[in-house]
Design a protein around this ligand. Sequence first.
Ligand code: C2E
Ligand code: CA
Ligand code: CA
Ligand code: CA
Length: 279
Amino acid sequence: AKEEGRNNFQFYTQDMEAGVFRRLTMEANLRRALKRDEFLLVYQPKICTRTGRIVGLEALVRWAPPGKPLVSPAEFIPVAEQTGLIVPLGRWILREACAFAQECRAAGRPDLTVAVNLSARQFHERALLADVAAALTESGLPPANLELEITESMVMSEAEEAIETLRRLKAMGLSISVDDFGTGYSSLSYLKRFPLDALKIDQGFVRDLTTDAEDRSIVAAIISLARSLGLQVVAEGVETADHLDHLAAGGCDLVQGYLISRPLPQDEAQAFLRHHADG
Ligand code: C2E
Ligand code: CA
Ligand code: CA
Ligand code: CA
């Protein structure tokens, strides 16, 4: 047993070292990846539950190291946050997404919105407003076609400062949605004061919607809250027809998830839009 304990400890420290090493390696790799243009965006459609129309696309970043499988943002976004690399990466994401949105408009979808996820560091960075403005100007994308996804925790810490940033972004003409809504810690009185356009119900509440009465209550409560605040409601992680039926009947405005489509590379997203030209 003693022997075992020591071995376990050894494994533990090795694991920790491996963790630090992994992070440092990841940081160096990300820096290089940014220089070498190894990131790409995939796009997931958002559908209106009443009309079935595609109203928008959410841009999701991927890292494609040459000769290796794609790396999930869940792995590298936290490292990019900690190291500050999220700022230049986020700038690239904004530019790339706006340019693609403008292409979609030119291809016959002038009203399509593209949503870009902001990270906490990016949101609190001074350069954000200038970066957003530059991405819009360079691409020629009208601000109304850009949506930014933020999270509750990003705005609830330093709420006054966040309200000011959101006001300025809104003044530019774009829209703001709160991602993963219900998983963070929102003050309802602040929620009223934030200039928002939509709440996105976290996929954790959608998953067991049809079997779990509590999740069902939470989803109904979020929809009702959004209604009373005059906000749109979007559900993500919609994987089954039952999810969709339930959400549509409950008054959810937009849905997003594998049932409709996985996130798609640019050309496939364009093709998806063409095939759903009137629906
Ligand atoms: P998120 O913003 O909540 O994005 C939704 C995630 O759920 C995406 O994972 C998407 O691929 C996945 N998803 C979509 N539909 C379904 C479904 O029906 N079922 C299930 N199980 N999952 C579904 P992804 O692309 O791996 O992104 C993970 C997270 O990484 C995102 O969560 C977001 O927080 C972050 N992220 C992704 N792209 C960016 C980005 O460009 N910038 C920043 N700052 N963060 C990003
Ligand atoms: Ca999102
Ligand atoms: Ca989300
Ligand atoms: Ca999430």
